[in-house]
Design a protein around this ligand. Structure first.
Ligand SMILES: *Cc1c(COP(=O)(O)O)cnc(C)c1O
Ligand code: SF4
Length: 378
């Protein structure tokens, strides 16, 4: 058994553990345990500094998860974009490939709470179906292995799946969505990286949410990946009490760059049943973005996105930099709120510009569709 597997075995993972180690009331612990899996491995547990801190909030169950909030279990309508059980196909040229239901830690804020940890919903037996689906769709050039956490698979299984994907000529890139560099960095071994390297181009997107997670162990894991030629990106989730603060986020993105991880997305927390207590007002995210851009390396700036309820995909949000127009002039402001007037280029009406072929012309008028969370099809 490898070290990481041994560590997983020593996880806190039951209602009984909650009672004995964290002083939970027995009945509450049972109810929480039934609702969504608990798993905190000894490494991640060691990052907790005090009860209720940003690490604790992400991994220790909370009474608020039991609230009857009436929110959807599948807020992104992934099930209705699922042509076969292991695939979510929402965008034209790329798919999510769910390869395991297991995670090295069960995050309390998880969007896929309804599926994750449930092997009747995500299962090895659906993997061949996923590979066949991708092979049958020549437009799929990017496959994102997700789950669960694909690095919960053994190196052997993982290689079989990746080799299967690589054998499909139209699959250009393979991405692994994994929390391992953050929650169980011991999973990233030289042996794993040697295997992955054979199937380039491979990208990894990982999931750090707080600067305390940027430990020497995590750094070593990210560096191993980078040394293997694997670009590592980070997808953070904005969460109340964890990282809903510009100073914390600034520290996080700077530390990520030092670990050779490029901040990629900052997600607004999804409207998920049992995770509503993590949500922040949209204005908080915009304010954080405003305090990052210009104040630190452009490389450190993620895209702030909301995954549209009902399955519209990720929608980027930016603070307002265009203040208005004055005839030919665009009124802009910079990161310090200084105002600039930019003379725009005017194209003469009726004169065709003989430059690049306009491939993506916008349709003139399209019927406007409005989705509201309670009316969105699930
Ligand atoms: C996030 C996501 C992707 C990948 O999106 P990128 O913006 O390319 O990173 C693909 N499919 C689904 C269903 C997703 O939710
Ligand atoms: S690792 Fe990802 S899929 Fe697993 S519980 Fe955390 S957020 Fe959910």
């Amino acid at each position: 058994m490898e070290l990481w597997q041994e560590m997983l075995r020593r996880s806190v993972d039951s209602g009984k553990d909650l009672v004995e180690r964290f002083g939970f009331d027995k009945d509450l612990a049972e109810r929480l345990n039934k609702l969504f899996h608990i798993r905190i491995n000894p490494y991640y547990l060691s990052l907790i500094r005090y009860p209720g801190d940003p690490i604790w909030l992400q991994c220790i169950p909370d009474e608020q998860e039991l609230q009857e909030d009436g929110l959807p279990e599948d807020p992104l309508a992934e099930d209705s974009h699922s042509p076969v059980p292991s695939i979510v196909h929402r965008y034209p040229d790329r798919v999510l490939f769910l390869t395991t239901s297991q995670c090295s830690m069960y995050c309390r804020f998880c969007t896929r709470k309804r599926k994750v940890g449930d092997s009747s919903k995500i299962n090895m037996k659906y993997i061949q179906g996923g590979i066949d689906y991708i092979a049958s769709r020549p437009e799929v050039r990017d496959v994102i292995m997700s789950g669960g956490d694909p690095l919960m698979l053994t190196d052997f299984m993982l290689e079989r799946i990746i080799a299967g994907l690589r054998a499909i000529p139209h699959v250009e890139i393979i991405r692994l969505g994994t929390k391992m560099p953050c929650v169980l960095p011991q999973r990233i071994t030289p042996k794993l990286v040697r295997m992955l390297k054979k199937y380039h181009p491979i990208y990894v997107n990982t999931h750090f949410n707080h600067p305390w997670e940027c430990t020497p162990e995590a750094k070593r894991a990210c560096e191993l990946l980078a040394d293997g030629g694997i670009p590592v990106g980070n997808q953070a989730v904005l969460m109340k009490g964890v990282n809903d603060n510009a100073d914390v986020m600034l520290e996080l993105v700077r530390k990520l760059l030092v670990m050779r991880v490029r901040p990629y997305y900052l997600y607004q927390a999804d409207i998920t049943k049992g995770a509503n207590h993590f949500r922040t007002p949209v204005s908080v995210g915009l304010e954080i973005m405003d305090k990052l851009r210009g104040h630190t390396s452009g490389l450190a700036i993620p895209h702030f996105v909301i995954d549209a309820p009902g399955g519209g995909g990720k929608i980027p949000l930016l603070p307002q930099y265009v203040l208005g127009r004055n005839g030919n002039q665009v009124i802009l402001r910079n990161y310090k709120y200084d105002i600039y007037v930019y003379p725009d280029v005017e194209e003469e009406p009726g004169v065709e510009t003989p430059t690049v072929e306009k491939k993506f012309t916008r349709k003139k008028s399209r019927p406007v569709k409005i989705y509201e969370p309670d009316k969105a099809k699930v």
